[in-house]
Design a protein around this ligand. Structure first.
Ligand SMILES: Nc1ncnc2c1ncn2[C@@H]1O[C@H](COP(=O)(O)OP(=O)(O)OP(=O)(O)O)[C@@H](O)[C@H]1O
Ligand SMILES: [Mg+2]
Length: 92
């Protein structure tokens, strides 16, 4: 992780079931507890990260695929409009 105020961390492995989601969710939670603003981006169609962070299946639309591929806006379920995330706002 860099000393930059803005850091992007990807948890990646070609092998399944090795703890990628568990690591990403807990790393995000640990950083949030320390006062950092954290965005966990769940790009897995299983939605395991979203579900483990407390979202219900009926709250999963629009999905990250809708945001990235169809430029739909997404925000937290029931969240304020200014918290919306647009596909063009995401840079990897
Ligand atoms: N450090 C750990 N010690 C023991 N069990 C763990 C640990 N990390 C994750 N697990 C368990 O291993 C299983 C797989 O974890 P996880 O879903 O995070 O893997 P994944 O790499 O995201 O899987 P997938 O490839 O299916 O997305 C889960 O049951 C999780 O609870
Ligand atoms: Mg996973």
């Amino acid at each position: 992780m860099s000393d930059s105020p803005h850091a992007t961390t990807a948890v990646v492995s070609a092998k399944g079931g090795v703890g990628k989601t568990t690591t990403a969710v807990n790393l995000g939670a640990a950083l949030a507890v320390r006062g950092h603003t954290v965005l966990v981006v769940d790009l897995d169609c299983q939605a395991s990260a979203s579900l483990s962070l407390g979202l219900k299946r009926h709250q999963l639309a629009p999905s990250s695929a809708d945001v990235l591929l169809r430029s739909e806006a997404a925000g937290p379920p029931g969240g304020a409009e200014h918290d919306e995330i647009h596909g063009s706002d995401l840079h990897f």
